[in-house]
Design a protein around this ligand. Sequence first.
Ligand code: FES
Length: 294
Amino acid sequence: MEPILEIIDRQEWLDKAGEAIQPAVLNAFKAGGKTGKQVKNLLHGKWLGHPVHPMITDIPLGAWTTAAVLDAMELCGSKQYKPGADAAVTIGLAGAAGSAITGITDWTGTTAIERKTGLLHAMLNIGATTLYLTSFFLRKKSRSRTTAIGLSMLGYAITAASAYLGGTLVYNKQVGVNHTAIPEGYPEDFVAVLAESKLKEGKMKRVRAKQVDILLARKNNVIYAIAHTCSHMGGPLSEGELLNDCSVRCPWHQSVFSLEDGSVIDGPATEPQPKFDVRVKDGQIEVKLKSGWV
Ligand code: FES
C-alpha cells in the first residue's frame, strides 16, 4: 500500500492540476449563490449524515461487474445474455455520472496527498467511463460486438484499479470518515475544564476534558462547547473563525458547524460535531457530553 501512495505523492503534476481544478469547481458552486451552496451540501451528503459518493459508486461497480460476467458468458456462446449485458453497461454509465458529480464535490474538500490520490482516482474513472461509453455505442452494431466487449473489459480493469484508490482514500487516509466518532473518554458527568474568567467574549479556546479536546466558545455571553476535532478531516476548530451566528468555521476546508447543537451548516463535513452541556460552578466552566451522543 505505502509504495503506491509514495509514488502518487511524488507526482508534482497532480498537485499543479489539483491547484488549478479545485478552485474552479469551488467557484462554480459559489457562482450559484445560496442555491449553489445547497447543491454542494446535497452532493456532499449533509442531508444523509455521511458522504453520498461511496453509496453511488456501488451502481457502476455492481452494474459493470454484472456486464463483465454476462459478456464472458456471451463470448462462451450463450448469446441470450447479450441484452442483459447491454442493459448493465447502460445502468453503469448512469451510475458513473452520479458518482462523478458527488466525487468531484467531495474532492474539493481535500488537500495534499488526498487531493492527488483523488485526482488520479477521478482520471481513471473518466478513462473507464469513456471506454464504457464507446462500448455502449459499438454494442449496437453486431460487427463490432467483440471490440465493444473488449473495451468494456478494459474499462472494468481500470475501474477496479480506481476502486482500489478509492478504498485507499477511505481506509488509509480516512477521507469521508467521521473524525469525531465517539471515543472512550468523552465526559459523561460534568468535569471542570477552564476558569470562567479565562474565556473572553467572542473568543474560542481548546481545552481538555478527560482524554478528548473540546472547543469552548463564548458568544453573546453564552458559553458553548462542541468537539474540537472537525468531523470532516480532523481540523482544529479553535484555530478557525467564530462567526456572528454562533457558529464556527473550520480552518482546513471551511466547514461550518453550529455551536448551539453541533450540526453541519456548511460542508464538506457531513457529520455533526458532538455537543456538550455547559455549566459554570465555583468559577469553573464544566462540560459533559450531551445526552443522546452515546
Ligand atoms: S477538516 Fe475539513 S472542514 Fe474541517
